[in-house]
Design a protein around this ligand. Structure first.
Ligand SMILES: Cc1cc2nc3c(=O)[nH]c(=O)nc-3n(C[C@H](O)[C@H](O)[C@H](O)COP(=O)(O)OP(=O)(O)OC[C@H]3O[C@@H](n4cnc5c(N)ncnc54)[C@H](O)[C@@H]3O)c2cc1C
Ligand code: FES
Length: 283
């Protein structure tokens, strides 16, 4: 069954939004879950987190960054185009308990999945301090949405063009050591190096910290082993055992190494795709 694209938008350079008609995915959607998309028969399967959904309309919102062949191709699709597959929701929902004060942290594209996760913590009666960060102001998005479902929204940019000049972990340190706010849990999602630094920041005070991992995935059902990660010296498959894990136990160095396994093939495949597009434009 094809999945119709109902809306497209550009949120920031290379950061795109699509709203897809996918009632079966929406029916069981919970914060923290993802779907695996395939554009067409020749297409690669790519995981994208459910950034938002509308239960009444049966629509799912995905936000993605154009980083390689498939995401660039996805970014060319228009309202009315169709995707071949949207399989989901996959992965375990984020565990959301009433605990007290939760700091939720999203870096770069991680700002998108942070929205339903922060909303769920807030709806469960927690005080939510949300920290978002990007390289510069131009790359920030959904500040209004995050502001509407958190008690405090704090913004960081690497170049200081908006909010604190520095990383999300600097704002976290400020909350922990300058403001001395008691934090019951930290939840972080974004680039792997950011999640590693957040884990290192909360470790000395033993603040329970959860990260949503993003290894390379293929089938998303626990069959292929592509998404294997090491947590507490045990092996887990992120697609079925995660994507959320105890940040203090994750082997981030191994994850970063595995994420780069196919860099040459990915580069080649992007070049071939872009060349094809250029040829098609010329003819
Ligand atoms: C659970 C999960 C949720 C994700 N949610 C989002 C999201 O909401 N928005 C978003 O922009 N990105 C998300 N990603 C990453 C996204 O899947 C990759 O950016 C995408 O697959 C890149 O494919 P490409 O062909 O465009 O780029 P490529 O050139 O093929 O790859 C670029 C980089 O993307 C990563 N990547 C490539 N293929 C895969 C794959 N099959 N699975 C995972 N990572 C891959 C690798 O680190 C690679 O170096 C998520 C990943 C996971 C595992
Ligand atoms: S993606 Fe294949 S086991 Fe997880």
């Amino acid at each position: 069954m094809p999945y119709k694209i109902l809306k497209t938008d550009t949120l920031a350079p290379k950061n795109k939004l699509i709203v897809v008609d996918a009632p079966m995915v929406v029916r069981h959607a919970r914060a923290g879950q993802f779907a695996i998309l395939r554009i067409d028969k020749e297409g690669e399967r790519i995981p994208l987190t459910l950034a938002d959904w509308d239960s009444e309309k049966g629509t799912v919102t995905f936000i993605f960054q154009e980083v390689g062949k498939t995401s660039i191709q996805l970014g060319t699709l228009k309202e009315g185009d169709e995707l071949l597959d949207v399989v989901g929701p996959l992965g375990n929902p984020t565990e959301v308990e009433k605990e007290g004060t939760i700091v939720t942290i999203g870096g770069g594209l991680g700002i998108a999945p942070l929205y339903p996760i922060s909303r769920a913590f807030h709806a469960n009666g927690n005080k939510v301090i949300c920290i978002i960060g990007a390289r510069n102001e131009e790359l920030l998005f959904w500040e209004d949405k995050l502001d509407s479902i958190s008690d405090e929204l704090r913004i960081c940019t690497d170049n200081g063009s908006k909010g604190r000049k520095g990383f999300v972990s600097d704002e976290l340190k400020h909350i922990m050591y300058d403001e001395k706010i008691h934090i019951d849990r930290v939840f972080a999602i974004g680039p792997t190096i950011m999640m590693k630094v957040v884990a290192d920041t909360t470790r000395p005070l033993e603040i329970p910290t959860v990260v949503s991992l993003n290894p390379i995935m293929v089938d998303g059902t626990g069959m292929c082993g592509a998404c294997r990660v090491e947590v507490g010296e045990k092996t887990f498959f992120t697609c079925v055992d995660g994507p959320d894990f105890d940040a203090h136990k994750v082997n981030f160095d191994m994850l970063m190494k595995r994420q780069k396994c196919f860099v040459n093939e990915e580069k080649r495949s992007t070049e071939i795709y872009l060349n094809k597009c250029q040829c098609a434009q010329k003819s």
